[in-house]
Every structure is written in C-alpha cells, then in structure tokens.
Design a binder for this molecule. Structure first.
Ligand code: SF4
Length: 384
C-alpha cells in the first residue's frame, strides 16, 4: 500500500465543512463526483454480481429481495428468496396467504417482523394501489417495513429514479472514500453519508450506480482486508491515502449482550404436544413455541416449571426427563433453554395440542425447531 500519497481533506470530525444544500449541483459540492461515477459504472459493467433478483424487473420480486437483505447476507438470502417467490409469485398471492404460511416460508431467516410487515404491506398495496407497488417516496414510506433505504432501493433499482441508498456496504465505501471517521450509527455521521450518497447518484443512471456501489462494498471494499489494488476508486480514496483504510468507518463499542436462561415444557399426551403462539407484535411474533419461562439459575427448575404450567394452563403435570439444553444467540441477547418432558392431561385452558408429526408444518424459531426435531427423533415421544 502506498503510504506516501498525500492525504486530502478529512471530513471526520469537522462537519462544518459539509455543504448543506442537498439539492445543489453535486459536482460542485462533493469532490471528484464525475470521476467517481464514471469509474464505478465502468467497473460495474465488468464485475456485476450474478444475483437472482437482478434477472428480473418485477418490482415485487425486487422488493422481497430488499426486505430479505436487510440484516442478512446475500448467500443466506438466495434460497429463501427463491422459495418465497415460488410459494408467493405475486403480490396478490402474498396478500391472500395466511400469515402463518408466510412465517413458515420465512422460518430460519430471522427478524420475523420483516415477514409480518411484508405480508401486511402486500395487503395495503392491494387495497390502496390496486396491487401495484408505488413509485414515489411518500407512498412507499407509508408502508410497514419500508424505511428510507428500502424505499431508495426500490425507487432507484426498479424505477431508475434519482434517489440515493445507504446500506451497510454504501456507508463503508463512502466513509472510506472521504475518510469520514465518525461512527455511521450516529445520526450526525449518517446524515452526512446520506447527503454524500444523494449527491453522487447520477440522473438517469441511479439503478446502475446504486447497485455498483453496493457491489463494490460487498466484493472489494469489505469490512476487513479491503482489496484496494483491485478498486476502481483507489486514486480518489482518502482512506487508502491514509495507509489504513480499514480504520474507516469507526466502529461502535461492542456491548456485552445479556445471557437469559429459560425453562421450557414439552407437555405430551396421546402423541400430541402442547404449543402456544407468540403474540403477533414483538420478537418472533406469530411463531409457535413450547411454553417457556425465564428463570434464575439457582431456581429448582422442575418445581418452577410445574408451577408455571399450573398458573398459565391450569393443568397439573408430572415433570419427567430432560429433552436437552438448547442455545441461541439473538442480536441483543443470548438464550439458554432447559427443556423437559412433562406428562399432562388435556384439560388446559390455553394453547394448542399438535400431533408430533405435524410440528414441521408450523412456523417456529430456530431454538424451538431444535426441540421439535429432538422430540421427533426420540423414542420417548411414544410414551404416555
Ligand atoms: S481504495 Fe480501498 S478503501 Fe478505498 S474505496 Fe477502494 S477498496 Fe475501499
């Protein structure tokens, strides 16, 4: 890496230098705008990623891909995207589907509010816009699950409107290109990056440009070990000029996530088990689960479990052998679940008795799916 190159202006902490006229002529306010556009578009022509949602112009399919790509890697998204479109090939088919089916197809992808919002938005699009995805910012932002980034992606990629995007990849590329040292999670830095992104989008070529900058971030300007010698913007990049491009953008302090422990009940009777559905709003909303409750480690698990089941389901059970200990890491906590078989009677007030072979048909979180798989494989399921 050439460490002797001169390092031009740093915008990191001196936001006073930042122009505020967002609609001003971009070439006059963002350095090297024309060169950046030209080099990036030329590079994209030769290096565009081969992605399934790039083979279509269907606004619905592109919308689905953008929702799935929020907080999820491309490689993980591809099989889910294909399965989702096979199951719900049109907005109409999604709008008419039962939420439970949508969650089932989404199972394993995480962040289930995305699926619920997608489903709700499809019904609103049917009702308000006769099944056509709106092509303006206001109407898009009124739909659940569509924020500024997703609206920008739909408007630029589908309708080629001159609208900016700012996802994790774009934030990283722009922070490095202009050596912006602030943390993009802080609104002041994020506002600046939005401003730069808006200024760079070329009129009439927004679709290509936005996809190009996303691809550069995903393929070349990666979080660790950016491939600067292969980058079309190397001559213009201030972070490269600093000698340590990976220092940009600065990262948020890693917060220690809490560890939660819970006890779960596999209450069985006549080859059925008792499940409950999580409330629609909130974490894992709408998914089915084995009844579970938070505990403190020192508690006597079996006694506690018996009492919880009595309180919630009005049922006396015998707590039997352990199903196992299961773990899952979520974005903001780590969960350890101690699961036990319980022998019950079908006099419960709540919940649903589900035949064990039908467990695979219900949408569940990863940890509940692990429990379901364990009991399906266990000879103990035939007890009681
Ligand atoms: S030169 Fe390096 S740091 Fe700069 S944009 Fe390209 S890959 Fe990123």
């Amino acid at each position: 890496m050439n460490k002797n190159r001169s390092v031009p202006i740093y915008w990191g902490r001196n936001h006073a230098k930042i122009p505020s006229a967002i609609n001003a002529d971009a070439t006059s306010i963002i350095p090297e705008t024309t060169k950046i556009r030209t080099k990036l578009l030329r590079w994209f022509k030769r290096n565009e990623r081969d992605l399934p949602w790039r083979k279509t112009k269907d606004p619905y399919a592109i919308w689905v891909s953008e929702i799935m790509l929020q907080q999820t890697q491309v490689a993980t998204v591809i099989p889910y995207y294909e399965k989702f479109l096979k199951t719900f090939p049109t907005i109409q088919s999604l709008a008419q589907a039962h939420l439970s089916k949508v969650l089932k197809v989404w199972e394993g992808l995480g962040y289930y509010s995305r699926a619920r919002n997608l489903h709700q938005a499809s019904r609103l699009i049917e009702k308000r816009f006769k099944g056509k995805i709106p092509d303006n910012l206001k109407d898009l932002l009124d739909l659940p699950g569509i924020g500024r980034y997703t609206a920008g992606a739909i408007l630029s990629i589908v309708f080629n409107k001159t609208v900016a995007i700012l996802d994790g990849n774009v934030k990283r590329v722009l922070s490095r290109l202009y050596a912006i040292s602030g943390n993009p999670a802080i609104s002041k830095t994020e506002d600046l990056l939005w401003h730069i992104s808006e200024s760079l989008v070329p009129k009439g070529r927004a679709s290509l440009f936005n996809q190009a900058i996303m691809d550069l971030g995903a393929m070349i300007c990666t979080p660790k070990d950016p491939q600067c010698p292969k980058c079309p913007l190397i001559d213009l990049c201030k972070a490269y000029g600093s000698g340590k491009p990976e220092r940009f953008p600065s990262k948020a302090m890693n917060k220690k996530i809490p560890h939660i422990e819970s006890v779960a009940a596999v209450i069985r009777k006549d080859r059925k088990v008792l499940l409950r559905q999580r409330p629609l709003r909130g974490l894992l909303g709408g998914l089915w689960e084995f009844p579970n409750w938070k505990i403190h480690r020192e508690e006597r698990l079996r006694l506690r479990l018996r009492k919880h089941i009595k309180d919630e389901f009005g049922m006396n059970v015998k707590v039997k052998e352990s199903v196992g200990t299961f773990q899952q890491i979520y974005s903001h906590f780590k969960l350890t679940l101690f699961a036990f078989y319980c022998d019950g009677v079908k006099t419960n007030k709540k919940g649903r008795w589900v035949p064990i072979p039908r467990l695979r048909l219900l949408p569940m979180s990863r940890i509940d799916r692990k429990i379901a798989d364990t009991i399906q494989e266990s000879p103990l399921q035939n007890k009681s």
